[in-house]
Design a protein around this ligand. Sequence first.
Ligand code: AMP
Length: 397
Amino acid sequence: MKILVVNAGSSSLKYQLFDMDTQDVLAKGLCERIGIDGRYKYSAAGKEEIKGDYPMPTHADAIKLLTKNLTDPEIGVISSMDEIDAVGHRVLTAGDIYSDSVFIDDTVKKVIRDCIPIGPLHNPANLTGIEACAEVIKDVPQVAVFDTGFHMTMPPKAFLYAIPYRYYEEYRLRKYGFHGTSHRYVSGKAIEMLGNPHAKIVTCHLGNGSSCAAVKDGKVIDTSMGLTPLEGLPMGTRSGNLDPAVLGFIGDHEGKSASEIVTMLNKESGVLGVSGVSSDFRDLEAAANEGNERARIALDMFIYSVRKYIGAYAAAMGGIDAVVFTAGIGENNGRIRAAIMEGLEFLGFELDQEKNLKTREQADVSAPGAKAKTLVIPTNEELVIAMDTMNIVLQRA
Ligand code: AMP
């Protein structure tokens, strides 16, 4: 079975074609600047990456280009799009309507549309990707996998905000959490590595956007992102948690509207805002090493915040068996992992410092005998989407 996984953004579209018999990625690509001019990258297993400019006024044009590349006699991997059994879409949120992945029909599309107020940037783009596939790759079954889905097991005490209850009743205003597909993948792998389905795990997805989740018995009981991906840890450009009165203060002093302030909190804040250097942790570390004090403080704020979530979630779960690190920073940066774990020996953690600094692949980087484990697990959200899509298509057959 061959499954195409699509992640459509407002002006971009990423894709991977999976052979589900082997779980191998046959080809992958990225279309960018859709609606502007159009740029793309494409690579197939064992072949050199190609990239270039290509006019892409709409997402349908991006799907036409991926069709052209995938079926090209030279660089392609299939002879016709009929070989594709289904398309799995990464969709930001279906609110609290769907937690599991679903076959896309008109009802599902309506739910995704109705949830645009919760995911104003992503849900419209995800819908555009779905419509574009329907237009170009006709009659292929399509499945939606929701980024918020895995978090839907949170109890009300974790997902409600302490504001008048009517806001929840009228607008479904609550914590939804994000990166769910990633937390689901790495917590599942951690449970396998630990050999304990009841393990108490804190998964730390640390990338450009970052979030932590508390996973007990394979289910999320709390997570750091909220109604939107702005809550929680300080990130590349997002502030994470702050006193909501900060919005009123800035509004009063600078005459900015709430939405202008929220844009500033999303795009000009986080480690970029504090350091004034970069949202990229590689630049940040380099600047801190050269003596840039604000870059050092921004890094320290991030590290301190992740450590506090680990402690809080250990308390929420009544113990902790493992911390999992994943995504760009979590997978690649042993120095930041070590800094986060420093001082957590009282919870049973101890690192094999040398192994931790070297590891970029799936590994247990704990010292021998550590009671609680520190695990590095590269995430694979696309594989989760492909697996869910395959299972839904097989169930319907
Ligand atoms: P992601 O959003 O998962 O792609 O992660 C992006 C973040 O990961 C950026 O802040 C990068 O600086 C960081 N990152 C990616 N690769 C590395 C690396 N090799 N060393 C340190 N940080 C990295």
